[in-house]
Design a protein around this ligand. Structure first.
Ligand code: SAM
Length: 228
């Protein structure tokens, strides 16, 4: 069934212009049923009540329970990567259940910053991936902050080669979870020290060194493998 993101679930809804392009090609007719979700966890059935030039009106139906979300939101904090790597990570991380992607600048990050157009593209990719993976939550992709400003509001882990603790041995679901993955050049000692003092537990992803675009997916894969 086709899924459309709307701004809010209300008794009558207009299809946002960005979604209409996809819906138009489906040749929907009045009376057809689709799914709507708000990107914050709410999902429902909706009936096409009217079609008009450039849009459609939907009538809210029964809500759909059992959204495919983790017990607490998971934030992936990731150092900036070059080329299309952040796009690939955003797509896969959304499929793997993240609720938020916090971009980070760091001493050895591949690029010093990203512009608004690239950030907007990452948000569009998160939207498409959340639809494709049948989630009712679309992850926020947040503009970069320095890694030294990162705060944990629950169990928090930093992937760092050479450590021995395993994420799954320390993972609890009593508060939002944060996982942090570094740039191709790795973290500086000062960055690791800062994060440890801020409550982040360094964890291993095994004895092999993973590429900077592989490590975040290994972190999230470890979480997914616990069955959430
Ligand atoms: N020379 C760098 C170093 O020793 O840190 C390698 C960095 S690695 C290519 C990129 C990032 O992926 C790291 O900063 C870390 O966050 C994560 N990573 C890669 N392999 C890892 C492993 N085996 N254990 C934990 N983290 C790993």
């Amino acid at each position: 069934m086709h899924r459309v993101k709307v701004d809010a679930l209300t008794p009558e809804m207009s299809v946002p212009a960005r979604e209409w392009r996809h819906l138009r090609v489906l040749r929907l007719r009045a009376g057809d049923t689709i799914r709507v979700f708000d990107g914050r966890g709410a999902e429902a059935e909706a009936t096409v009540s009217a079609l008009h030039e450039g849009g459609a009106t939907l009538t809210l139906g029964a809500s759909v329970e059992g959204a495919a979300e983790t017990p607490q939101p998971v934030t992936l904090a990731i150092a900036l990567l070059k080329g299309d790597k952040l796009a690939d990570v955003t797509r896969a991380a959304t499929e793997l259940g993240v609720a938020r992607i916090q971009l980070l600048t760091s001493r050895y990050a591949d690029v010093p910053d990203i512009g608004p157009a690239k950030l907007e593209r990452l948000r569009r990719i998160a939207l498409e991936a959340s639809k494709q993976s049948r989630r009712a939550v679309t992850p926020d992709v947040l503009a970069p902050i320095p890694v030294t400003q990162l705060r944990a509001d629950g169990p928090a882990f930093i992937a760092h080669p050479g450590t021995h603790a395993r994420l799954t041995d320390h993972l609890t679901w009593d508060a939002p979870v944060t996982v942090v993955s570094g740039p191709e050049g790795g973290w500086t000692d000062a960055e690791v020290t800062h994060l440890e003092r801020a409550g982040f537990t360094p964890v291993t992803l095994g004895p092999r060194i993973l590429r900077a675009e592989t490590a975040p997916l290994a972190l999230l894969g470890a979480i997914v493998a616990t069955g959430v």
